[in-house]
Each structure stands twice: as C-alpha cells, then as structure tokens.
Write a protein that binds this ligand. Structure first.
Ligand code: GYE
Length: 307
C-alpha cells in the first residue's frame, strides 16, 4: 500500500502519453553558479520524470548550436538554451520553429531581429545587478577610488549588462574611476590571472575590484593575498552571484559585497515548458528577484544559502 502511494505521488509529466523530452543546451561549467544551475535543471527533471537531454557547450556557441540541431533531429518536445553569447542565434531558432519545437531561453538573453523566435526568457536582470553593485560601492567608498573590473565572457549578456549598468551607475561619481577592465571569462583561474597582471601594472593605485562574478572575485582575492595585501581590507571587493563560498567570504571580511543572481530556476523552467506545451500563454520575460549581501547581513543568511 505504501509503495503504491509513493508511485502515485511521483509526478510524471507526459506529452500525448509519452514521457516529456526536453533538450537543454547549457553554456559549460565555468563557475560555481553554473554548477548550481545545471544541478537545479537535472534534479528537477529527474523529480518530475522528464527525459532531459543535457548538453554541455564547453564555452562554445558552435557546440550549443550543434546541440540544438541534434535536439531537433531527436524530436524533443521543447528546447531550453542558456545562450553563451547574445548574437548569432536567429538561424538555428528558425530551424526549431520550422520543426514546431518551442524554445525557452534561460539565464542569458539574446539579440534578435525577431522576438517571436523564442517563447520566453527566464532569468535575472543583469542590468539591475550591476546597478545595485555600483550604488553599494558609491556609498561604501565615499564616492572615490580607482577601480579595476574583471569582466565575464566577452559578448555574453551578463558581461555586457553588468558592465554597462556599473558604468552608468558610477557616472554621477566622478571620483570613482575604472582604470582597467579585462575579461577573466567568469572563471576563477581567469580572475586570478587578470588580477595578477593588474597588480603588476597598477600596484597600490588599485582601491577597488569589481568582478562580474564571485569566482573571478575569489581568484582575484588569491592574487591580492599572494601580492602581500588583504582583499576586503586593503582593496574593496564587490562581485555578483552570491554563491555560498562568496557569502562566507563576505561574512569573513575577505570580500565586501556580493549581489545575488539566483541560478535555481529548474522548477520555473519546467513549469513554464509544461504550460507552453499545453497551449497556455506565458509572460515573454520572467525575472528572478535578487538581493545584496554585505557585512550587515552575510553572516545571518549564510546558513540558509542553497547554492
Ligand atoms: O553570473 C556566472 C556564470 O550567466 C548569470 O554565468 C550567468 C553567469 C554567472 O558563469 O557565474
């Protein structure tokens, strides 16, 4: 009896009597954020009995495009893409449309001449994240200081938006200047390498590090320590994602601020796919709500952080 109840309770989504088949073209595995995002998608699919075809794009758009084409050939019910860069998606999206397969964009947005090529977008507002980081910094630094910026993957929506919003946010503080800006590709090793080069070039002139994600900030913190300085004290550290390790570093005073970018939207993606396949209308853009953690709240939220 108990076994039967368990079987009945397990939710299995079916399309026309079959198990739902969904293809997911992930960017790669560049950061702790990405690991948490992939895990959210995989575990939620397993929980719902969805057959998830997961493809790791290994940081290359061409791999993602190849994966989408293979999902079309396999006749999946829906396709989910986390687009590594913003441009170059129209041709493959048209192929999906011809095959009548709906496409959900998650995490990152795209630039397209035709918004009807995808059903909807689910993710965070990267511009808002960059703006929150700039506002926090202006207050904390008292409106002055030399900043080095660690950018995310070139051409990606989060790198473009976080960069623009931060620069826009600082425009009213002429004393806060970005003296150098380079890509560390959203990777810890990239953040460390670029920071080493910045320290060699600018030395003690650097007062602030703005990193487009926590992994790069943590890599930079290591480079700063190896140069004999204290990240979080000698240099103000602000970044984005709020992975657990970064929130812990903020609580410990090694980083100063991390703006949340929640990666745990597997449930929302599959709820939405189900609605689209049932012919229901869904909002074109769905944004997650993100918070900011600094020395006023990091220690308190740490035990409940889920990623
Ligand atoms: O901030 C970074 C990841 O697209 C929001 O990609 C995502 C970004 C995230 O590698 O850590």
């Amino acid at each position: 009896m108990a076994a039967v109840a368990v079987l009945l309770a397990a939710p299995v989504v079916r399309a026309a009597g079959k198990t739902l088949k969904i293809g997911f073209a992930q960017t790669g595995a560049e950061s702790a954020w990405r690991t948490a995002n992939s895990e959210s998608m995989k575990s939620e699919a397993a929980k719902r009995g969805i057959d998830l075809k997961f493809s790791d794009g290994q940081g290359k758009q061409e791999n993602q495009i190849r994966a989408v084409r293979s999902f079309i050939t396999q006749g999946v019910d829906a396709i989910v893409i986390a687009p590594i860069v913003e441009t170059g998606w129209d041709p493959v999206l048209r192929e999906a449309r011809r095959a009548k397969i709906p496409v959900i964009l998650t995490d990152r947005t795209i630039q397209t001449s035709d918004d009807s090529l995808y059903a909807c977008f689910i993710g965070s507002d990267f511009y808002e994240e960059g703006r929150m980081a700039a506002d926090w910094l202006a207050k904390r630094a008292g409106g002055k200081g030399s900043i080095v910026e660690l950018q995310g993957t070139p051409g990606s929506a989060p790198a473009n938006e976080r960069r623009k919003a931060f620069a826009d946010g600082l425009a009213k503080y002429p004393g806060l200047k970005i003296i150098d800006s380079q890509s560390g590709n959203f990777e810890r090793s990239g953040g460390k390498q670029v920071m080493e080069a910045f320290l060699k070039k600018h030395g003690k002139a650097i007062a602030i590090v703005y990193a487009h994600n926590d992994d790069m900030a943590l890599g930079a913190a290591q480079a700063i320590e190896e140069a004999g300085l204290k990240p979080g004290k000698d240099i103000i550290m602000v970044s984005i994602d709020a992975i657990k390790e970064a929130v812990a570093a903020v609580a410990a005073g090694r980083l100063n601020c991390t703006v949340e970018c929640n990666p745990l939207f597997g449930p929302k993606v599959f709820d939405t796919a189900k609605k689209i396949l049932a012919g229901e209308k869904v909002p074109k853009k769905m944004y997650n709500k993100d918070e900011l953690f600094d020395d006023t709240n990091a220690a308190k939220v740490l035990p409940t952080r889920q990623y």
